[in-house]
Design a protein around this ligand. Structure first.
Ligand code: NI
Ligand code: MN
Length: 226
């Protein structure tokens, strides 16, 4: 399968049976190489409610008749608007025609319609996708947590891990996460979109290499064969 980075925490995963977009943030994402109209998919996976992870979920779901998979609150929110959805919660998974999606813990917040009265959107999650005999983990926006060791027990082919700091773990904590997850390759995300999360991805990859961990720094638009 093919994993294409669309900037920030947004990825397109093309398995043998489905096109899956994770955390669609196309509109308003200064690092996304595509226009929304250029993207099509069958499933949309959301880690949590924040705008930089869900901005285009509804428009994409409507145009493509794609199914939104997210925590229960987010699934209900989009279902009420008329989208096809499937709700999960951490620890729970479901087998779809293309493979299995399981939500994991993440330490972060989750809301929509930010402002004085943001709407609570359940807990923030990570996502494990098992398809075409591979396991991928998208950590969402999270702090470092020791239970990542349990997530690593799935046997991860690819981990997508935030390194931006400020809103999520930064590079120092992400280096510890590599030890816990033991993925064959890790792709850093959620950095350099804005100055407040500026990080040196190549420096992170070099530090990871000294610990024996493979890190692939993808530029927006890059594709990784998994
Ligand atoms: Ni967030
Ligand atoms: Mn975020």
């Amino acid at each position: 399968m093919q994993l294409t980075y669309l900037g920030h925490s947004c990825f397109l995963l093309e398995t043998s049976h489905a096109r899956i977009v994770i955390d669609p943030f196309i509109t308003g994402n200064p690092s996304c190489p595509l226009a929304l109209e250029q993207l099509s998919c069958d499933y949309i996976l959301l880690s949590h409610g924040h705008e930089d992870h869900t901005a285009d979920a509804f428009a994409l779901a409507q145009r493509c008749q794609a199914t939104i998979v997210a925590n229960y609150e987010i699934a209900e929110y989009f279902s009420a608007k008329g989208a096809k959805t499937h709700g999960l919660n951490p620890g729970g998974g479901h087998t779809f025609p293309f493979g299995r999606v399981k939500l994991t813990l993440a330490h972060h917040t989750s809301s929509m319609e930010a402002g004085a009265n943001p709407r609570y959107m359940g807990v923030a999650c990570g996502i494990i996708i098992s398809a075409d005999q591979k396991n991928l983990y998208h950590a969402g926006d999270t702090a470092l947590f020791l239970d990542m060791q349990l997530i690593g027990k799935a046997g991860l082919d690819v981990a997508m891990l935030p390194i931006g700091d400020n809103f999520t773990m930064g590079p120092d904590d992400a280096l510890l996460a590599l030890e816990f997850l033991k993925a064959k390759v890790t792709v850093p995300m959620h950095f350099n979109t804005w100055p407040v999360i500026a990080q040196d991805g190549d420096a992170f990859a070099r530090r990871a290499a000294t610990g024996g961990h493979a890190v692939r720094v993808m530029k927006p638009g890059d594709t990784l064969a998994v």
